[in-house]
Design a protein around this ligand. Structure first.
Ligand code: IPM
Ligand code: MG
Length: 370
């Protein structure tokens, strides 16, 4: 029998630890009820790591991540660490992990569950049935481009610089992920940039088009400027199937898209590297919501984004589509049953804590697996 898959758990800061506790219950359930065991390790990251050992990404954590098949990440950051020097901020750990593990494709699904269609700030008819995927480039662009920094000029002014830069291969590998996903979905990709203003965007547009023409002529490709895309996302989101964008535009648009679902507390994400010959790839999986320091430790966070991140992990890194589907069905059933954490609370529904939501999930898992 093949060795167990290696799973690294990084709870991090704020609500990271409490949502991860609910995820661990599901992992235990998978072990006892489905016979799928993992080699699990847990490590420090973010502010918690800084407090313990003085750096947001300890060497030991990075080594464990490099040795793992997948990483499940809670959240990092909080006001406690806001005053730290740039290189010691909790967020640096996340950026370094993405870079070191070469996780260049960030998948952010935006799915509006029927039970939550009224939880969005947009009208039901605008968001009902929405199912789109944002593919954000994650290891390049202005987040990592050189030169960068802050300098003091001879006249005493200060000057801050960052560089937006993309190469052909960086564009092709992330666009390929988008085209492959579109093939399994509705066959439509919107590529988003600012080719009317930026050369790096002009190259992005040309290279995405060239790849489509050479290898994906069965997929429809449309180009859209980023400002227009922001507007179209709230005007008529259902026109989108897959969106592919660079690091910064993808960061901004995915928060905007996330809100269409009613709550960031529902949104999982996957950050993927190059796929192996079996089609599976190492990945880092995290809820989009972040550390939410205002509600940390109160047992009121929504664990569903972290739970759905686990289901993405099972699908993309471990090839366990059946188990992933079980988890997704359990989540849907819990929502249909009327349970809501505070972030998705609606009139007439039952407000529950993080752990009670977890209890309900466990019961539903038993049911859907029976
Ligand atoms: C995200 C976050 C991060 C990013 C921060 C925390 C560094 O906003 O994952 O979208 O900008 O990539
Ligand atoms: Mg962001």
């Amino acid at each position: 029998m093949a060795a167990n898959r290696k799973l690294l758990i990084l709870p991090g800061d704020g609500i990271g630890a409490e949502v991860m506790r609910q995820v661990m219950r599901i992992i235990e359930w998978l072990d006892t009820r489905r016979g799928v065991g993992f080699d699990i390790e847990e490590a420090l990251v973010g502010g918690a790591a800084y407090d313990a050992v003085g750096t947001p990404l300890p060497e030991k954590t990075l080594e464990a991540a490099l040795a793992s098949d997948a990483v499940l990440f809670g959240a990092v950051g909080g006001p406690k660490w806001d005053g730290l020097e740039f290189s010691l901020r909790p967020e640096r750990a996340l950026l370094a992990l993405r870079k070191e593990l070469e996780l260049y494709a960030n998948l952010r699904p935006t799915v509006v569950y029927e039970a939550l269609a009224d939880a969005s700030t947009l009208k039901r008819e605008v968001v009902e049935g929405l199912d789109m995927m944002i593919v954000r480039e994650l290891t390049g662009g202005i987040y990592f481009g050189e030169p960068r920094g802050i300098e003091t000029l001879p006249d005493g002014q200060r000057r801050g610089v960052n560089t937006e830069v993309y190469t052909t291969s960086e564009i092709h590998r992330v666009a390929r992920v988008a085209f492959e996903l579109a093939r399994k979905r509705r066959g439509l990709v919107h590529s988003v940039e600012k080719a009317n203003v930026l050369e790096s965007s002009e190259l992005w547009r040309e290279e995405v088009q060239a790849l489509r023409d050479a290898e994906y002529s069965d997929v429809e490709l449309r180009h859209m400027y980023a400002d227009n895309a922001a507007m179209q996302l709230v005007r008529e989101p259902k026109q989108f199937d897959v969106i592919v964008a660079g690091n910064l535009f993808g960061d901004i648009l995915s928060d905007c898209a996330g809100m269409l679902t009613g709550s960031l507390g529902m949104l999982p994400s996957a950050s993927l590297g190059k796929a192996g010959s079996d089609g599976l790839c190492r990945g880092l999986y995290e809820p989009v919501h972040g550390s939410a320091p205002d509600i940390a430790g109160k047992d009121s966070a929504n664990p569903l984004a972290a739970v759905l991140s686990l289901s993405m992990l099972l699908r993309y890194s471990f090839g366990m589509a059946d188990e992933a589907a079980l988890i997704e069905r359990a989540v849907e059933n819990v929502l249909n049953g009327g349970l809501r954490t505070s972030d998705i609370m609606q009139p007439g529904k039952a407000r529950v804590s993080t752990s009670v939501m977890g209890d309900a999930l466990m019961r539903q898992l038993d049911k859907v697996a029976a």
